[in-house]
Design a protein around this ligand. Structure first.
Ligand code: AMP
Ligand code: MG
Length: 628
């Protein structure tokens, strides 16, 4: 059974004493392929293995959730980097990355399948669909990702599905080449581990491999690369979408059962609406403490079945994750349903970015002219995606107590039962939507309070502190994440007079001073920040009393990162690796991404300070296109 108690962000805390095992000895499984239907054209691993690699290319795959497909060979591959935290979280012993077995596996040249004996685990690519930019896009699927196996960390018991991105064409490649370029692979490699370092639930990255012989055509010819990545599950809303679009109601139920029994920790762990707040129903997926009981109850008289609890669990996990994105100003950039995880993981890193200056309308996606996936829209767009999921699960959740009746299971909804079923499903989706909002707001408030160094949460903080701060950052074009780290160092004694507050205010401005184009003068800007600092100081005093600056600073620095992988930093790393042949820079950047709250990382001090310092003017709020 997998452990989801940490809501995805593991940080390796639980296996400090365990040294790890070799890749060979890592316990491996194929729960996914063993429990879900495979592509009828290549029913078994050997059917697929017998086929010429070129015959496993793009086509429509019906009635299946995956196809067995092996990675393409990578000639002269070069392992460019690994994440130490990832190695540890998977349960791999230090030094494994230097073995041929590791390098060949993450390059796609070795699979754990013996074709003679037909034993082992055969790789697969998942089938899914998706709503992209509000329109139905049909079959998508792992067009360039191939899962090798699942592994279970013997110490934490956490099971991950390990896959290679950029390892060649699959039946789901559509018109594309199955490859990934170095530039976008470096971005994914680093941001996955950075989000995990920030305790934000995310898919992970184990390694980055250069495929020097694979020249990939995008805007120009570019070197190819492979990221070995892993997640407790790669299932996404798009997986349900494709089954629904094909009208396969039996497979909807099969997948929902699989999700509850093999990905979540079992039906009994899933949360029901809390009738009695003193008796929480689930350890793993409960709302954060402090959620008012009435806000998480279903409507009176609605009979919920276990599929409703599954839907609720998925929505809650996503609410928690999107709250963390908002609190750390992370924007995914392409929140289509195929990029929305059923486990609430940050998923699929294309034109993502962290905000530099606080601009709620910002999107890193150059092609998103309608700003559909802008920073401020993320909470509502994830809910839009979750409603698509609610519609797919509608028949199951709407059937209430009849869900397991033989005639319903076999024949589905009768005309006479339909109105009741639809009404129940709509009510449940509406109620879960209310919970989603509540859980989102509670988590956002919890994170923002912590970032501001507050110990207690007060209702008035939202308006007086959070909103006023965000408005100020926006109006004055100040850097969001720098603000919190710098605030951590401010002593209450520095804020005791109007003059000292105004003086302190300057630490939050860009090195070139006031940049806002809104016509605010520098002194008016400082006055505004100073006024906010006065309110903040009063709240901090309430929570901490006097003379506890040192403790508060330490607490704040644990939640306010010094390092954030900004777009300009990632661009510099890409330049160095791709054009200047540097390798060590990846190691230095990864160490910072894995441990973003440190003060220094023992690398190149000048570089560390530069990457953590003021964002160069031309590097602020960059955008990129989707061609990765
Ligand atoms: P994304 O925009 O990354 O969410 O991708 C949407 C779909 O296109 C997914 O099914 C991807 O697997 C597929 N895809 C994206 N790039 C490629 C590529 N270079 N080769 C094959 N499939 C791709
Ligand atoms: Mg995607």
């Amino acid at each position: 059974m997998t452990s989801l108690l940490t809501n995805g962000a593991t940080n390796g805390a639980s296996n400090d004493i365990f040294a790890g095992v070799s890749l060979q000895d890592l316990p491996k499984s194929n729960t996914f392929t063993a429990n879900l239907p495979s592509d009828p054209q290549f029913k078994s691993p050997s059917d697929s293995h017998k086929a010429a690699r070129g015959d496993l290319g793009p086509r429509m795959v019906k009635g299946a959730l995956y196809t067995y497909v092996r990675p393409e060979e990578t000639e002269d591959s070069e392992l460019l980097g690994v994440s130490r935290t990832a190695m540890k979280d998977i349960g791999l012993i230090d030094g494994q990355e230097n073995t041929e077995e590791f390098k060949e596996t993450v390059a796609g040249n070795k699979i754990f399948w013996d074709n003679e004996t037909e034993e082992g685990i055969y790789p697969w690519a998942q089938c899914y669909g998706g709503w992209q930019f509000g329109s139905w896009a049909g079959q998508l699927g792992d067009g360039r990702a191939i899962s090798l196996f699942e592994s279970t960390n013997p110490s934490t018991n956490t099971r991950y599905e390990i896959q290679l991105k950029g390892a060649g064409k699959t039946p789901y490649s559509r018109f594309a080449d199955g490859k990934a370029v170095l530039r976008s692979s470096i971005r994914e490699f680093i941001v996955s581990e950075a989000l995990n370092g920030l305790h934000i639930p995310t898919t992970r990255a184990l390694s980055l491999t250069l495929a020097p012989k694979s020249k990939v055509r995008r805007e120009r010819l570019e070197p190819g690369a492979i990221v070995a990545r892993f997640a407790q599950s790669w299932l996404r809303i798009g997986t349900f979408d494709i089954i629904r679009a094909r009208g396969d109601r039996t497979l909807v139920r099969t997948l929902a059962n699989y999700l509850a029994e093999h990905v979540y920790p079992g039906w009994e762990s899933l949360p029901s609406a809390l009738e009695d707040p003193s008796k929480p129903t689930s350890s793993a997926i409960n709302p954060p403490s402090g959620v008012p009981a009435d806000k998480v109850q279903g409507a009176e008289g609605i009979e919920e079945n276990r599929y409703t609890r599954l839907y609720r669990a998925i929505c809650r996990k996503n609410a928690l994750t999107v709250a963390a994105w908002q609190a750390y100003a992370f924007t995914n950039g392409v929140l289509n349903t195929d990029n929305t995880s059923l486990l609430g993981l940050s998923l699929d890193f294309g034109p993502f970015a962290f905000l530099d200056n606080f601009d709620p309308s910002y999107t890193p996606n150059h092609d998103d002219h309608a700003l559909r996936y802008s920073y401020k829209n993320q909470p509502s767009i994830i809910w839009w995606n979750l409603v698509r999921l609610g519609e797919t699960l509608g028949e199951l959740i709407g059937s209430g107590p009849k869900v397991d009746e033989k005639t319903f299971v076999e024949q589905g909804v009768t005309e006479s039962f339909a109105p009741e079923l639809i009404k129940r499903a709509e009510t449940i989706i509406g109620n879960v939507g209310e919970e989603y909002k509540t859980i989102f707001l509670n988590e956002y408030s919890r994170l923002m309070s912590a970032r501001l160094g507050l110990v207690s949460e007060q209702k008035s903080d939202f308006e007086k502190l959070f909103s006023e701060l965000l408005d100020t950052l926006e109006a004055l074009e100040l850097d969001f994440n720098h603000f919190f780290r710098r605030l951590s160092t401010v002593k209450l004694s520095d804020l005791s007079t109007p003059d000292s507050r105004t003086e302190k205010a300057s630490i939050f401005f860009h090195s070139e001073g006031m940049t806002a184009t809104s016509g605010v003068t520098e002194s008016a800007g400082k006055e505004r920040v100073a006024a906010w600092l006065e309110k903040w100081a009063a709240r901090v005093k309430q929570d901490w009393g006097e003379d506890r600056d040192v403790e508060r600073e330490a607490a704040m620095k644990k939640v306010n990162p010094k390092f954030i992988p900004r777009s300009w930093v990632l661009d510099e790393i890409i330049q160095k690796v791709e054009h200047q042949g540097e390798r060590d820079v990846l190691k230095r950047a990864m160490a910072m991404a894995e441990h973003p709250f440190e003060e220094s990382w023992g690398g190149d001090r000048e570089e560390e300070e530069r990457w953590c310092g003021d964002v160069p003017r031309e590097g602020r709020m960059m955008q990129c296109s989707c061609s990765s």
